[in-house]
Design a protein around this ligand. Structure first.
Ligand SMILES: Cc1cc2nc3c(=O)[nH]c(=O)nc-3n(C[C@H](O)[C@H](O)[C@H](O)COP(=O)(O)O)c2cc1C
Length: 236
């Protein structure tokens, strides 16, 4: 193989793997705007995601400026009213967590709260931190992903692939993201603010912007299980 070819293979592999492995959930952003053209380029790239029979069921609402602030204010007002957290339109979390998921989940939560200095059982501090979700952790761009509720559960796969592409493409611009199922709880408020069609179901939110490397939450590293914990090779 010509030397040039070997080098370009190496460069391509390094770029693709860096985009994937360099992504992590960022929970503290700088107040630096992201140009609309950049957001558009990310979303167009993301729409190359595969989907069953090319149905392309994803829909995304891009919130910036006053629109983003209005949604945050509406959700914060609901939370301040002290009502119980509303229930999402679909169940993302099981009622009871079996192992090993429970331990993984707790490990992540304790590690994050350790970095933030939130003591176990400090409900007020925990709630104040949760509020940050709805401020998009300070990111200039908030994304709300929806699906047509007339579709079946498999369309969630297609949307998830689109969302993953958004997060990976953002890395190409030096930007970071945090996917946020927390928004699904506030589907009624989001529906009203964004004037969603009756068919649109709120699935997830996402923050997009430039990471604040000083933010304590951004020191969090979520562990990954080794290959043999999740892959089975069947060869004979
Ligand atoms: C669909 C989905 C919803 C999530 N919702 C939230 C959320 O509401 N708030 C949050 O802080 N993180 C949320 N996360 C981020 C996860 O906690 C994170 O992906 C996980 O801990 C692994 O860490 P990493 O993304 O940094 O690799 C969500 C992730 C996914 C995939």
């Amino acid at each position: 193989m010509p030397r040039d070819q070997v080098q370009s293979d190496h460069v391509r592999r390094a770029a693709v793997l860096a985009a994937i492995t360099g992504r992590r959930s960022v929970r503290g952003f700088l107040n630096a705007p992201v140009p609309r053209a950049t957001v558009e380029e990310i979303l167009i790239a993301a729409s190359n995601a595969p989907s069953a029979t090319n149905t392309q069921p994803w829909r995304v609402h891009v919130l910036t400026g006053a629109a983003r602030e209005r949604l945050t204010a509406a959700i914060m007002a609901e939370r301040a009213a002290g009502a119980d957290e509303p229930v999402p339109e679909y169940s993302y979390y099981p009622k009871a967590w079996p192992e090993p998921y429970l331990t993984r989940r707790r490990t992540l939560g304790w590690r994050l709260y350790g970095l933030l200095g939130i003591a176990r059982g400090d409900r007020a501090a925990s709630r104040a931190w949760q509020d940050q979700n709805f401020r998009f952790f300070g990111a200039p761009v908030g994304l709300i992903f929806t699906l047509d509720r007339r579709l079946a559960i498999a369309s969630f796969l297609d949307l998830a692939m689109f969302m993953q592409n958004v997060m990976t493409a953002a890395r190409g611009f030096g930007l970071d993201t945090c996917p946020q199922a927390a928004f699904a709880h506030y589907h009624a408020i989001i529906r009203n603010e964004l004037r969603l069609s009756p068919h649109e179901m709120v699935i997830c939110g996402m923050s997009l912007g430039s990471a604040d490397i000083e933010a304590p939450a951004n020191r969090l590293r979520a562990d990954r299980e080794p290959l043999d914990a999740f892959a089975a090779f069947h060869e004979e």
